[in-house]
Design a protein around this ligand. Structure first.
Ligand SMILES: [Zn+2]
Length: 291
């Protein structure tokens, strides 16, 4: 069995690699424990594998958590919520009642009703001992995506921000239709950068230890892709499939189908900015550069 990392991200935050089925290149989702004194919350217990339950339980006890005050979800993709039922069951067995599940209202419909999710809106603060966990609405990857700042007692700057699938230490993150929105994504990256946190906890992969630089890179990557979409349309009007083939001439069909959804998310932004026009009525185009 692969050795899984439990890493202390900051004074009150632990990252636990939970093995699960997710998009390559990852084989895990990062669950996080935020704890102070003997109180804690779990963010994104995303794996439904039994091995993950034990890893999470040992991270909680390692962090000294006796009272689990809540389960916080950055968003509702299956690889971020898959372990919620097991955690609710084990907490119910241990204490007699399940902890509340917190999620943004825009995504609550994706969750089973019996979880009785509590809605978190932008700016809402949950206290974990004397630590403040603040929800930030950071859409872009999905409409109700939340990030969580963790601020220690007596401090005003966050010690860490948990950013779900908005950022990763390597590679790029998924922003594509139907849930993705490139304009929102870029605004969310800027918002995260302005927080001045020394470290970001990503949904997958290693901690982001130089947030300002990494967030800039991720934004630049989107703007490069946008320039590629415009350059492809400069060759003449094209539908989503054609634009995608112009950008990725050597990619296999299976990859192109996914890439097309990302291209369409860029086209949506360019249309909103009146740089690209939609010809006809098919949602996949054709599209043309506005002259
Ligand atoms: Zn996701």
């Amino acid at each position: 069995m692969k050795e899984r990392a439990v890493e202390r991200l900051s004074e009150h935050v632990w990252r636990v690699e939970l093995p699960c089925d997710t998009l390559p290149p990852y084989d895990h989702v990062n669950g996080y424990v935020v704890a102070h004194d003997d109180v804690g919350v779990v963010v994104d217990p995303g794996s439904d594998q039994r091995e993950a339950d034990a890893l999470l339980a040992s991270a909680l006890s390692g962090a000294g958590v006796r009272l689990l005050k809540g389960v916080l979800l950055t968003h509702t993709h299956p690889d971020h919520v898959g372990g919620v039922p097991a955690l609710l069951r084990s907490e119910t067995a241990r204490t007699g009642s399940p902890p509340p599940v917190y999620v943004h209202a825009a995504e609550a419909g994706a969750l089973p009703e019996e979880w009785q999710a509590t809605f978190l809106s932008d700016g809402r603060v949950l206290t974990v001992g004397d630590v403040a966990v603040r929800a930030l609405h950071t859409p872009g990857h999905s409409p109700g995506h939340l990030s969580f700042t963790v601020t220690g007692p007596g401090s005003t700057l966050p010690e860490a921000v948990l950013v779900g699938d908005l950022a990763s230490a390597a590679g790029s993150v998924w922003v594509g239709l139907p849930e993705g929105d490139v304009s929102d994504y870029l605004a969310s990256l800027e918002r995260l950068a302005a927080l001045g946190s020394p470290v970001l906890g990503a949904g997958h992969g290693a901690a982001i230890v130089a947030p300002a630089r990494r967030l800039r890179e991720l934004a630049d990557h989107r703007l490069e892709r946008e320039a590629q979409v415009l350059a492809a349309l400069d060759l003449g009007a094209a539908d989503a499939a054609e634009i995608t083939r112009r950008i990725y001439p050597d990619h296999p069909e299976a990859v192109l189908a996914l890439a097309e959804k990302s291209v369409l998310a860029h086209v949506a932004k360019l249309m909103r900015e009146l740089k690209v026009v939609h010809l006809g009525s098919d949602e996949r185009g054709p599209f043309a550069v506005r002259r």
